[in-house]
Design a protein around this ligand. Sequence first.
Ligand SMILES: [Zn+2]
Ligand SMILES: [Zn+2]
Length: 344
Amino acid sequence: MKAIVKQTAGPGLELVDVRMPSMGVNDVLIRVLKTSICGTDVHIDGWDDWARKTIKPPMTIGHEFVGQVVDFGANVHDVRKGEIVSGEGHIVCGHCRNCRAGRRHLCRETVGVGVNRNGAFAEFISIPVTNVWHADPNIPLEILSCFDPLGNATHTALSFDVLGEDVLITGAGPIGCMAAAIVRYAGARHVVVTDLNPYRLEVARKMGATLAINPQEQDLTQVMQDLGMEEGFDVGLEMSGSAHALKGMIDAMCHGGKIALLGILPERVDLDWNKVIFNMITLKGIYGREMYETWYKMTVMIQAGLDISPVITHRIHYTDFKKGFELMKSGKSGKIVMDWAEVE
Ligand SMILES: [Zn+2]
Ligand SMILES: [Zn+2]
């Protein structure tokens, strides 16, 4: 089968023929229909420090996908052939304290699909049945292909109550933009998104941001005044991984404000911790999705009318993957969905 593979320890990816994935008794074999490209895939392609430490080539990359069940192992009973499914990209151990308590997103032994084992940028993928998400076939395939990052956005955006609250989102990448749509849908009053990239700010506006601004051109204090906000933002969602953005966010929060952190920050960030302490700010780290409460929530929000389609800005065939990665690097894209239809 065809797959997009990190062949050797260095920059670049190749489209090559690889062996069909093996399927154990607890696994489901899925024919991949659509995948979407993640920032993580771009890091693996570019071979940065993180990739060098984490990835063991040769490995098929990719973790955001939707597909159709073609086969399953002898222990699998609740999956049908032909069923449309997506997959949770974090494979957990199943026997640690958190796993046993149903808090699987907190497992310390998590293995990443397309990061620590072969991934979804291939014609077929095999994953444990416990990682299969039975998708609603009425939801468009391209939206289902984004359920993994939509899950990150949902997990972060619903970490704190946002009904009637003013929300600041730093970072208008696809996950920040999806979070804007979610908090708006969940009843937030003002949703202000910041980013330096005008293309992404435009996507954030389409996704329902009250205001999407470049903080180098527009001062947040002034923005708050213009919106009639007196005490600062109630909830902050840090999606940029920028230390500067986090500092600005802490300054813009109300006393007792709550911040969820998803963006991956530099190892060391100088913060004025007394602002966190005296202003009684809550900081919560977010990783991945809750299994499977987040998957349930995003499914029902989409069924109830949440529209995230403006975040999908490009659709390509997998044989054009290099174009997709170039687009991602240019910053002039939201989600890029790759189609895995067979080549004639
Ligand atoms: Zn991803
Ligand atoms: Zn575990």
